[in-house]
Design a protein. Structure first.
Lengths: 435, 309, 284
């Protein structure tokens, strides 16, 4: 074959394929309004599909005319993807995971719709903390599915090597941060590669508790929580301490959040603060001997632990809102659906009954490594859990703070960096509409 | 293959031989050529207008609207030029461009020359050098993130040479340099391919003639090869400059603009304004400024290019 | 090619330059070897041997294909197929359009030529990701979301490719084209039968531009291909990043499969790089 003819054939094929595609695009099925017709619900989450599959299967078994199409986007890009798609008035998204502290932002931006059902009845089924978290301007903007808390994981072998006794799992015998760092340093001296790390090492979610316990507040003040308040003793003291853990080499710099759990799994990290969801994956590693203790607090302060979880919300641009709420109610309010929602991955549930079952199963999931974990979680969720600030400015606030935490971790002067974050926040809050 | 290429060159030669030299009927020819040109260019130009210029026009309108206002004005631009973080971003982006573009072009040219020599397995090495450009950016960023960890393989390698642990991405002095290494790992092989195509297209008779004249390697390279390579080189210069203004994924995944803004390049800035802060009008204003600045630079490059058409 | 008259060859033996070429290739390859070996490691061993650095980094203690098996049952094969299909159509259609436009801008003399060329230049200065939002809205109005057509279109209009081909076509001697006209050949015939056959290296370079743009595209599919059946490989790879855990094994195995395609295409395309040397005698 001559190359000339080949080139021409390629060109012709190109034109033909392009035309065929154009026709295919035009003949796409029209959306229908018939209630008994097949409905496809588009769901977007920040967890991979294995977390949702059991719940989706259960829902589809009960609602054969509804098909759930689940998509996931990594957590780091999740919030920006939602913003992009909602700003573009995307009708191809019906249900999405709502990070609870973002409720005021999403609600005020009209990126989610308020719950149309009986809001007063929800308190019977769902836990109070998470219901509070999805309430803003007297409306409920999504139904909470999972809640969250944090525990301190420790590597028994690394502690034993340094002659350190296992920390107690009782909330009243909580370690102080000062003690923790001493022990972590000792463990490191005895052979652990790193002493301690937060799992979400430069995120507000875990770090908010540090200034809060020292009386520094959440970092925002004023009626709308739109006034930055970072230049106070509590914040400065907390960040000086946080900076010192890296400066002294007890905590690692330059390792991404996603690579911290593998450090603990590989036996290179003595202590890690992280989610109870890890118990099942840690229990699956034969070579790892670990335990669970309460998250520490500073000496002489009352403990605080992170909370807030994931709710499910409905997009205002969805054309299938009725079916969308049906799906959400199944995963959050229905006993069977709610139970299925934590089968894929062991998240603490925002549904009271499911949470009881979850707590009953958790020690077994942990493979005997954490017999007291259920009591601990119950205690933390009831007594020490603190919300993140509920404000329309939270999304921007979190971005600015996470950048500040990353800089402090990498060696920026904590006090100066907080002052800069304070200025940055003033500037970006000034640009929020209506400010 | 040789049959077909032979036929083309025969036909071309015959055509050249018969080419008459008579004055063209200028105006009519111009009109005819304009119609032809429109026919040839219409599909691509329509695509570019709809897929690039139209949304850019929409961004331009957005950039003139202050948040919560529906009056056109320059408020967003005024804000940007009084924002120290924005000015610092401009400084970082300029510094990055000034280093990364010459570096990539020189390395790409050197490798292109090397990999067009008759060496054992040369085609295979070419493909290897190009491969990083085909790796999904999310993965290459993760790989480099692991490689540059304080306890990662790069530091492990340095340790065998007796060099202390380097902080790389977590140091404000080294982070930008690290990003330059990463984007060059991707970019050098990519741009090299365009230069290889250009080098292979230079007829051997030029260097033969130079050799007969007694020119050395460097003389041949500078006075024969480089002028012959001016079009592909011009393309790579312009396209690489533009591409490096758009570096995004490694910054987003590895440094998020930090430490202390040291790697806050313009595309990440635009992304975080638009999609993280939700400030679409400021992001649009930055996009407009970016396009204007790159336009100015590229216009300058066109003027400086030798043998301008 | 000018290597035949390389006097340096006498001072620096060919073997030395071969070693330099190998070194460049291996430098480019090393991170990918880590990806390959990690994709064959048992789960939990991926970060083993990093510090202190041991050969375990590149050599798995035992080879397992469990990541590939898990990948085969996930949505990744479909995503890879989608990417392949999309990129194939994009390259063919985009190349046809860019070649036509590049030729139109290079060969014909007419008033307004500078303006048309300026449109091309400005179009490639516009960062696509920065204007993706309004465009996504427009595409959705047209019902192009979740269609292959909607995913392909943005890759087709590639100003860089038009620019590159125009640069190349400018180098074609005008007499060649004028002579063909006198020969009675029509313009499209000249384009397809004389110009294109002698432009293979430039066409391959332009194809490379279009290919890499589409192969790497991430934000656009995220906005417009929301149905998992329409998802593409880079997005599918990113979805192995969970909230608390990253499935590095799956991600690296997927990455290996994603790179195999370009390797194959390149191996094939390289034939045309050498072939062009034979034809280059016709132009100067």
């Amino acid at each position: 074959m001559t190359s000339t003819r080949k080139t021409r054939r390629l060109l012709a094929a190109g034109v033909a394929v392009t035309l065929a595609m154009a026709t295919a695009a035009c003949s796409a099925p029209e959306p229908t309004t018939d209630p008994n017709a097949e409905i496809e619900l588009q769901v977007l989450g920040a967890e991979d599909i294995s977390a949702f599959q059991p719940a989706i299967d259960a829902f589809q078994a009960e609602n054969p005319n509804i098909t759930i199409i689940y998509n996931s986007v990594p957590f780091a890009q999740f919030s920006s993807t939602i913003q992009a798609r909602m700003s573009a008035r995307d009708s191809g998204l019906d249900v999405y995971m709502v990070d609870e502290p973002r409720v005021p932002f999403l609600g005020s931006s009209e990126f989610v719709v308020p719950y149309p059902g009986d809001a007063d009845a929800l308190a019977e089924t769902l836990n109070k903390n998470d219901l509070e978290a999805v309430t803003w301007n007297d409306q409920i903007w999504g139904l909470p599915m999972w809640t969250s808390s944090q525990v301190l994981y420790y590597n028994k072998a690394l502690l034993a090597q340094a002659g350190i006794p296992d920390p107690s799992s009782a909330p009243e015998d909580r370690l102080t941060w000062e003690e923790l760092i001493d022990q972590a340093t000792a463990a490191q001296a005895a052979g652990a590669q790193y002493g301690f790390s937060f799992q979400q090492v430069d995120r507000y979610y875990q770090l908010q508790t540090l200034p809060e316990t020292l009386g520094g507040g959440p970092g925002l003040t004023g009626d709308d929580l739109l006034t930055p308040d970072l230049e106070n003793d509590g914040w400065e003291q907390a960040m000086e301490w946080y900076a010192s853990t890296f400066a002294d080499g007890v905590s690692p710099r330059g390792i991404d959040v996603g690579q911290i759990p593998p450090l603990f799994q590989d036996g290179k990290l003595a202590f890690m603060v992280g989610t109870p969801v890890y118990v099942s994956s840690f229990a699956a590693i034969d070579t790892l001997d670990w335990g669970v203790a309460p998250m520490p607090t500073f000496e002489g302060t009352d403990a605080a632990t992170p909370t807030d979880g994931w709710a499910l919300g409905v997009s205002p641009y969805s054309e299938k809102q009725e079916a969308a709420w049906k799906f959400i109610e199944f995963l959050t309010l229905d006993p069977e659906g709610s139970a299925a929602s934590i089968q894929g991955k062991p998240f603490p549930s925002a549904n009271k009954a499911t949470q009881e079952d979850y707590l009953a199963q958790l020690p077994e999931l942990a493979g005997g490594h954490a017999p007291e974990i259920s009591n601990l979680l119950t205690y933390e969720l009831e007594n020490t859990a603190i919300h993140r600030p509920r404000t329309t400015g939270y999304v921007v606030f979190e971005e600015v703070m996470n950048k500040a935490f990353a800089d402090i971790r990498n060696g920026a002067d904590p006090v100066e960096r907080l002052a800069q974050a304070q200025r940055d926040l003033g500037a970006v809050f000034g640009r929020l509409p209506g400010n | 293959m040789s049959e077909s290429t032979g036929r083309v060159s025969d036909r071309a030669e015959r055509a050249v031989r018969r080419s008459p030299h008579r004055p063209p009927a200028r105006r009519r020819a111009q009109g005819r050529e304009a119609v032809l040109a429109l026919l040839f260019t219409a599909p691509a130009l329509i695509a570019l207008a709809v897929l690039r210029l139209w949304p850019m026009g929409s961004a331009l309108t957005t950039s003139l609207l202050a948040p919560g206002s529906d009056v056109l004005g320059l408020e967003n631009f005024r804000y940007l030029f009084s924002d120290p973080a924005f000015l610092e971003m401009v400084r970082v982006t300029v510094l990055f461009s000034v280093i990364v573009n010459p570096l990539q072009i020189v390395l790409a040219l050197a490798l292109a020359v090397l990999l067009t020599q008759r060496l054992r397995g040369v085609r295979f090495w070419r493909i290897l050098v190009f491969l990083p450009a085909a790796v999904p950016q999310a993965v290459s960023a993760i790989v480099w993130g692991v490689a540059l960890r304080p306890d990662g393989p790069v530091n492990g390698f340095l340790a065998t040479l007796g060099i202390d642990v380097q902080p790389f991405l977590s140091s404000k002095d080294q982070a930008l340099f690290s990003i330059i290494v990463i984007v060059s790992w991707i970019g050098v092989g990519y741009w090299m391919m365009f230069l290889i195509a250009g080098l292979l297209d230079i007829p051997a008779m030029y260097s033969e003639a130079a050799a007969i004249d007694g020119a050395g390697w460097w003389q041949t390279f500078w006075f024969v090869i480089i002028p012959q390579l001016r079009r592909p080189l011009g393309f790579v210069l312009v396209a690489d400059t533009v591409a490096n203004f758009l570096v995004f994924a490694p910054v987003q995944i590895l440094t998020r603009g930090g430490p202390e803004g040291a790697t806050n390049l313009v595309m990440f800035e635009i992304y975080s304004r638009a999609y993280q802060y939700g400030d679409l009008s400021l992001a649009a204003a930055e996009t407009v400024l970016l396009v204007l600045i790159v336009l100015a630079i590229v216009t300058l490059q066109f003027r400086l290019l030798p043998g301008k058409d | 090619m000018f290597e035949t008259y390389d006097p340096m060859r006498r001072k620096w033996p060919r073997r030395f330059w071969t070693v330099v070429a190998m070194a460049a290739g291996i430098y480019a390859l090393l991170p990918l070897l880590w990806v390959l070996s990690s994709s064959l490691k048992p789960a939990g061993e991926i970060f083993a041997g990093l510090s202190p650095l041991t050969p375990q980094v590149l050599i798995p203690s035992s080879v397992t294909i469990e990541s590939y098996v898990a990948l085969a049952t996930s949505s990744f094969p479909l995503a890879l197929f989608n990417s392949l299909f999309i990129v194939t159509v994009t390259v063919i259609a985009g190349l046809a359009m860019s070649a036509l436009a590049g030729y139109g801008l290079a060969v014909f003399r007419f008033r307004g030529r500078a303006i048309l060329f300026a449109i091309v230049v400005i179009s490639f200065l516009i960062p696509f990701d920065a204007v993706a939002l309004p465009l996504a809205e427009l595409f959705r109005d047209w019902g192009l979301d979740n269609t292959y057509f909607g995913l392909i279109l943005p890759g087709i209009g590639n100003g860089f490719a038009v620019f590159l081909l125009r640069q190349f076509f400018l180098g074609i001697p005008r007499e060649l084209i004028e002579a063909a006209r006198v020969d009675g050949m029509n313009e499209f015939g000249i384009f397809t039968r004389i110009v294109l056959p002698m432009s293979k290296p430039a066409l391959i370079s332009a194809a490379q531009l279009i290919f890499v743009f589409q192969w790497q595209s991430f934000l656009w599919p995220l906005l417009i291909a929301t149905d998992p059946r329409m998802t593409v490989a880079p997005v599918a790879l990113a979805s192995f990043v969970g909230q608390f855990e990253v499935d590095f094994g799956l991600m690296f195995a997927g990455c290996v499969l994603t790179i195999i395609v370009p390797i194959g295409v390149l191996l094939y395309a390289q034939r045309y790089f050498t072939e062009s040397v034979a034809t280059s005698g016709t132009k100067g």
